[in-house]
Design a protein around this ligand. Structure first.
Ligand code: PEP
Ligand code: MG
Length: 316
């Protein structure tokens, strides 16, 4: 069945009535590029750059970073490649930074952009390496920051990118305050990408790493769907794009719902791409919207999923 889906569904992502939804890959380095290309990714929607910084005694040099970024850009000439700046924190500590002390709640602490801002040299070096790598390739380079909570943080990051020669600068929406104020944040950035893994964790106050609360860590929860809808609407009213790059995009049913909520591209682990491409190709954008409305009207994650499935008859 897998081979049949793969063979039947290459080419750009779109609904059955031709509404384009670029399907992009989440990658963690050059080793993931082969799989992204084999599964027909149209570009990269999330390039996690942590691999360059973790588990080593010294920070990577600018030259080393430039080469690693260029390898990913070069895999998609003409395509979109969205690079996320370093997302480290107490849960993913960096050996070459002074210890920041124990944090009782690492998910709520100095991580992502918060940590990045504290070390301007490290940040400057990553942005310079990205700008140089982007200048020498044919990919459309986009850069985004993780863990943005406020308009001030968003504006600050976007200015830093623009100053470094990176014109397409956006943010991840993975904190509820950012989703709730998306209409304001959208005016400060070039694009959004929703991180549903963290957005779900923070919306339901359910730590991603704690198995005892795993049941609450479900992006089908209507509260999460509401936050995604607010984000997509905030982006649309200012003409900005709004992707999803969390695990939710890899669920074919939920992918249709995300499109119905107004999400403009989907990025996922490469093996899911053919399944999501097939699910979208069997439904109109109106069916996706009806499914999204049905899911948001439900009272629980479980009933949201079944309500959406009822509206999407083309799912296997
Ligand atoms: C997310 O939070 O949904 C996301 C894509 O980022 P990560 O899983 O790397 O935190
Ligand atoms: Mg995240």
């Amino acid at each position: 069945a897998r081979e049949a889906v793969l063979a039947a569904s290459m080419g750009p992502g779109a609904t059955s009535d031709g509404h384009a939804v670029p399907l992009l890959a989440n990658v963690g380095g050059a080793r993931d590029l082969e799989s992204a290309l084999a599964h027909g990714a149209e570009g990269v929607g999330l390039f996690r750059t942590e691999f360059l910084f973790l588990d080593r005694a010294e920070a990577p040099t600018e030259e080393e970073q430039e080469a690693a970024y260029r390898a990913v850009f070069d895999a998609f000439p003409g395509g979109r490649v969205v690079v996320r700046t370093l997302d480290a924190g107490a849960d993913k500590p960096l050996a070459f930074l002074p210890p920041s002390g124990e944090e009782p709640n690492p998910a709520l602490g100095e991580r992502g952009l918060r940590l990045f801002r504290k070390y301007p040299e490290m940040m400057g070096s990553q942005l310079r390496a990205l700008a140089r790598a982007a200048a020498g390739t044919q990919a459309q380079a986009y850069v985004m920051a993780p863990m943005v909570a406020t308009v001030e943080e968003a504006s600050w990051f976007v200015s830093a990118c623009h100053d470094a020669g990176l014109p397409n600068a956006g943010i991840m929406i993975e904190i509820p305050s950012a989703a709730l104020r998306a209409h304001h944040l959208a005016t400060a950035v070039d694009f959004f990408s929703i991180g549903t893994n963290d957005l779900t964790q923070y919306a339901l106050a359910a730590d991603r790493q704690v198995s005892g609360v795993a049941e609450l860590q479900d992006p089908w929860h209507p509260a999460v769907l509401d936050l995604i809808a607010l984000t997509a609407t905030g982006a649309a009213t200012t003409g900005k794009s709004c992707g999803v790059c969390g695990e939710a995009a890899a669920d074919p049913t939920l992918a249709c719902v995300l499109v119905g909520l107004g999400v403009t591209s989907l990025s996922m682990g490469s093996p899911a791409l053919p399944w999501v491409r097939a699910a979208l190709s069997r439904h109109t954008v109106t069916q996706c919207r009806t499914a999204a409305t049905a899911a948001r009207t439900a009272l629980s994650a479980t009933t949201a999923k079944s309500a959406a499935r009822n509206e999407l008859p083309g799912l296997a």
